[in-house]
Design a protein around this ligand. Structure first.
Ligand SMILES: Nc1ncnc2c1ncn2[C@@H]1O[C@H](COP(=O)(O)OP(=O)(O)OP(=O)(O)O)[C@@H](O)[C@H]1O
Ligand SMILES: [Mg+2]
Length: 225
């Protein structure tokens, strides 16, 4: 593969202080994602996978280290420019999906689009992508009126709708039965393939992980493999 990294991280460290004790979670992570690459991130519970994803998503700052997203250093950006970068470049599906409970499925998908598109166009796009994930007849349901798998599909539709450069997924199939999980993985893979999306995917499930392509492991605060 040619060297065209969309993400570069070097020496990323992150600790948390809990009740006066310092926990070193990331101890110097070096990691590169090439444009269009699909990578799974594995590692024990508590290894720091979600922490690393939050740092890549620019939702959390590392204590030290350097990173570049599409040749921009997010650590040097002020709030406004940082949210713009996040909105344009990053799509994230959280481990525990963060849908807005008071809004319907279509509103949840359309809201991030409205940051840079008109209302009608945003709703049209949201409807199109919800159809793609098989939710054409659930668009006007609120999260509480959807099953876990349906909620996760709304979260995936939302993450894909802005056409991000990097799609981050934190165990998107964690709480789902096997069949729904498989369906969702296939969905993500087909969309990722179609758009040559760079995808970083956290999974405990090594079978799913292998299907994704390159597998890396977070172990004792660093990336191995
Ligand atoms: N905001 C926080 N404050 C204090 N400690 C935290 C915080 N976030 C994470 N940690 C700690 O950092 C460690 C790594 O957490 P993280 O959620 O990144 O693990 P993970 O690899 O995603 O685990 P899992 O597979 O269970 O989701 C854990 O020990 C956790 O308790
Ligand atoms: Mg996690």
């Amino acid at each position: 593969m040619t060297d065209n990294p969309i993400l570069m991280m070097e020496g990323i460290k992150k600790s948390f202080i809990v009740e006066g004790h310092k926990i070193d979670v990331l101890k110097g992570v070096d990691f590169k994602l090439q444009a269009g690459e699909k990578v799974s991130l594995t590692g024990k519970s508590g290894a720091g996978k979600s922490t690393l994803l939050n740092i890549i998503a620019t939702l959390e700052k590392p204590d030290s280290g350097t990173m570049l997203i599409d040749n921009t250093d997010p650590l040097k950006l002020k709030d406004f420019k940082l949210s713009k970068l996040r909105n344009r470049k990053i799509g994230i599906v959280f481990q525990f999906h963060h849908l807005l409970p008071e809004f319907t499925a279509i509103e949840n998908v359309a809201i991030p689009l409205m940051v840079f598109k008109g209302k009608n166009e945003s709703f049209e796009r949201a409807a199109f992508i919800l159809e793609k994930v098989g939710l054409a007849d659930r668009m006007n349901h609120k999260p509480a009126e959807l099953s876990g798998g349906e909620q996760q599909r709304v979260a995936i539709a939302r993450a894909l709708s802005t056409e991000p450069s990097i799609l981050l997924m934190d165990e998107p199939t964690g709480n789902l039965d096997n069949e729904t999980g498989k369906m969702i993985i296939e969905l993500i893979l087909s969309v990722a393939e179609e758009r040559s999306l760079t995808t970083l995917f956290v999974s405990h499930n090594i079978e799913f992980a292998k299907e994704m392509g390159r597998v890396v492991e977070l172990n004792d605060g660093v990336i191995v493999l």
